[in-house]
Design a protein around this ligand. Structure first.
Ligand code: SF4
Length: 261
């Protein structure tokens, strides 16, 4: 079994960060979204993933995973269809060690063969976050450097990408569509958008998948160390992310369009 983890993916230079011609223009993307929504209305989960991976975007689709609290469910469904689907993992340099070790456990358990660990571009990081405290001064820019830019670079050549977001995760995701534009000319797909927590739990339990060790300690959504807190009873699952700030998304789910100067 080829357990390949790419550790050498850095975002390119400034001029390489941002795809400007990744696909059709805005009108083309809107037409494509309409077509996909109509063609696959009513499909979700594994059934939708299968047709997208094997037919609609065959060889032109990646999955983006944080290897966080519920990630193993989506990854298991993908692996059951094709273990070779590229999985993009943003190793921001600020993650918990538990997450990095969990990533490796999940790769081994599912037999994933093309997990790509993406790193921030070193020179840009040295210039803009020399003291590693940008997360405190300007978290949006920190996310742009450590997440958005590496992902935008890694998505060159792909037509579509899949995320594991769900509507039940909080108010900001309550109206999440299954198909949307990523702001940079590609289609973003949320095949579990309408799933419940119970459906996710069923996938994890029936397959006896490894659990992220921090979930049992109250971390229901797990990102970077500085920006992740435990979730209190009654709170949304993502309430511990950027606690005390207006920010609720890292930016990769807002737009991959250029933002850095
Ligand atoms: S989640 Fe926090 S530490 Fe991680 S990239 Fe965003 S602002 Fe920086």
């Amino acid at each position: 079994m080829d357990l390949r983890v790419w550790e050498d993916h850095e975002a390119g230079s400034d001029t390489e960060f941002w795809p400007t011609t990744a696909g059709d223009g805005a009108a083309g993307i809107a037409t494509r979204l309409d077509e996909l929504r109509h063609r696959y209305a009513g499909l979700a989960g594994e059934a939708l993933l299968r047709i997208l991976i094997e037919q609609e975007f065959r060889g032109r689709l990646a999955v983006v995973s944080s290897f966080g609290a519920e990630s193993a469910a989506l990854l298991a469904l993908v692996a059951e269809i094709d273990r070779r689907v590229p999985i993009l993992f943003l190793d921001t340099g600020k993650l918990f060690g538990e997450t990095l070790r969990y990533r490796d456990r999940v790769i081994a358990a599912l037999g994933l063969t093309d997990v790509r660990s993406l790193h921030p571009q070193g020179e840009q990081l040295a210039e803009d976050d020399a003291d590693s405290m940008l997360w405190l001064a300007d978290p949006d820019r920190c996310c742009a450097l450590r997440k958005v830019a590496p992902l935008a670079s890694a998505l060159h050549g792909f037509e579509a990408w899949v995320s594991g977001r769900k509507r039940f995760q909080g108010a900001a995701r309550a109206t999440l569509p299954v198909f949307e534009a990523d702001g940079a000319g590609r289609i973003k797909i949320n095949p579990l958008a309408g799933w419940s927590r119970a459906q996710i739990e069923a996938v994890l339990a029936t397959r006896n998948l490894p659990r992220h060790p921090m979930v049992a300690d109250g971390y229901l959504s797990i990102g970077c160390m500085n920006c992740t807190d435990r979730v209190r009873p009654g709170e949304d699952p993502r309430a511990g992310r950027w606690r005390g700030r207006v920010k609720s998304e890292c930016g990769i789910h807002l737009s991959l369009a250029p933002r850095l100067p």
